[in-house]
Every structure is written in C-alpha cells, then in structure tokens.
Design a protein around this ligand. Sequence first.
Ligand code: URA
Length: 187
Amino acid sequence: MDWNTLEQTCKSCTGCGLCEGRHNVVFGVGNREADVMFIGEGPGEQEDIRGEPFVGAAGKLLDDMLRIIDLDRTQNCYIANIVKCRPPHNRDPLETEQDACIGYLRNQIALIKPKIIICLGRIAAMRIIREDYRITREHGQWVEKDGIWMTAIYHPSALLRDVTKRPETFDDLLSIREKIKELNAQI
Ligand code: URA
C-alpha cells in the first residue's frame, strides 16, 4: 500500500467506536524515510484537536528529549501512535480498539522501514515488543525483532507526573543515541 492510500484509508476509518468522538484522525508526523520511529499510545485532547501526535504538554517534553539525542520531528524521525483516534478521557485504548487500528501502524512501519523503534510507555511496548513487557524493569533494554532494533522508554506523560524517573530516562536516551551511531557506522 502507498502512503496516500494508507493515509486516506486511515483518515476515513470507522473500524472502532473511537471514530465517533474524534475531531481528527492523528495519523503520524515526521520524515517518512527516517531510521528512527517513535510509537506512543494514542492521541490526547490537544492531538485530537490539532491532528498531530504529541503536541500537548507531553509532546513538548518529547521534543526536548529528542533534542538531547539530535532528533527532530520535522527532520530525522517519525512519530505515530498505536491508535489513531483519541480514547475518551484519555483512558488506555482497549484491546479491541488496538486490534482495529494496528494494521495502519504495521503499514507505516513497512513503508518507513526504520532501523530503530522506540516505544513510548507500557501500552506501546506491550503491543510492539512483547505482551508481558514490564516497563519499570525493562525500559532501555534492546531487542532485535524482524530486523529492527527496539526498545521502550517511559512515556513523557509519566515523566511529567514523576520526575524521579527522569535520570533513568536520560540514560536510556543516551543509549538510543549510541545505537543510532552504531547502526549508521555499519553502512
Ligand atoms: N500520548 C500519546 O501516547 N500519544 C500522543 O500523541 C499524545 C500523548
């Protein structure tokens, strides 16, 4: 499937109940040829209004985190979510909603062909890396799956709520920067 078809299909999706409350489908943002892809959980209020992932308070923090490792959403990474429409009251997306939406993300990954996927938070890690992923124990660890290096870090919203998680996340970010360097050196 090409980008246009994928985006148009996604933007007119009625595959689950989340379509009823949405203002915008939040498809994804960034460089479609990036080596690095970030995957969050699902849009919040600001994202639903603006149609772009991570544009609220958590998004500002994410942009700061990206800057630390020389990434920028307009230049050299791509950001998407597990579900593309906002769950009401920012609740976790249901398994059935994730199932209905995951095909769009799979197609995005197939088109981008990233070398590295970074899951933002527990929900994305459990869907992308392993069903029983434990973010508190495993964040920052690397696994290679289907030829792609994957890791998870705490969700920026969790870092806003609990600043004591920030030093560990800083270490995880440095590890991501190293992994990018390492993979680029291999070419
Ligand atoms: N949280 C997410 O997981 N994704 C967004 O796009 C915004 C907040």
